[in-house]
Design a protein around this ligand. Structure first.
Ligand code: IMP
Length: 196
């Protein structure tokens, strides 16, 4: 079964290919010949995920899915949340966003945080959403160089290493994205036309 995954983030494409079995052929935006940046103008992960999948479905008419993820920190009232990619000023990179997060967390003793992923699937024109949550805590400094985004400063509940220290395989045991994907694949296996 072929699905477009509406992202330009190569890490996410790798994680998703790694999580899905070979029955699913995942085509990235680049591979689908789509080079535009898809806007994320809304203030919820759900609305942004819908915007991305609808945009691609309207462009190509092929079944597709998108995901939007945010890091929600308890002591910061859910920040950076839907703004996780743009937390620091001036087109920030991952390092700038982590710097801002660690600075704001300096006085905080409550380090609780969670990653939340929302997947929006458009299948035969209808939308279905799937959520995955990974609870954990923000560390006091970066550890590890693997993964992407906030991985070096996040320790999942039950883990002893940050996501930045884990292999993709290890991160998958805890990850928000893997949990949302599990729901997506279960739904696809139940609902897809076997002829596809
Ligand atoms: P996006 O809008 O879904 O691409 O994600 C927003 C931001 O959240 C990304 O730019 C990353 O900084 C962060 N992020 C998303 N997923 C992860 C993850 O699995 N680990 C660490 N950071 C992540």
């Amino acid at each position: 079964m072929t699905l477009i995954f509406a992202t330009n983030n190569d890490h996410k494409v790798q994680e998703i290919r790694n999580a899905l079995d070979s029955h699913f052929e995942i085509i990235s935006l680049k591979e689908a010949g789509i080079h535009q940046d898809i806007p994320e103008p809304h203030d919820t992960l759900e609305a942004n995920a819908t915007e991305k999948s609808r945009t691609i479905f309207n462009l190509k008419g092929i079944d597709c899915f998108s995901e939007d993820t945010g890091l929600e920190v308890e002591a910061l009232q859910g920040e950076p949340g839907v703004k996780s990619a743009r937390y620091a000023d001036n087109e920030p990179g991952f390092a700038d966003n982590i710097d801002k997060l660690l600075y704001k967390m300096k006085p905080q003793t409550n380090r609780n945080a969670r990653f939340r992923t929302v997947i929006s699937l458009i299948m035969n024109g209808d939308e279905h959403q799937f959520e995955g949550i990974c609870k954990g805590a923000i560390t006091h400094e970066r550890t590890g160089t693997g993964g992407f985004g906030y991985d070096p400063v996040f320790i999942a509940e039950g883990a002893t290493q940050t996501f930045g220290e884990m292999t993709m395989e290890e991160k998958k045991q805890y990850s928000h994205r893997a949990k949302a994907l599990k729901k997506l694949t279960a739904w696809l296996k139940e609902n897809q036309n076997p002829a596809q």
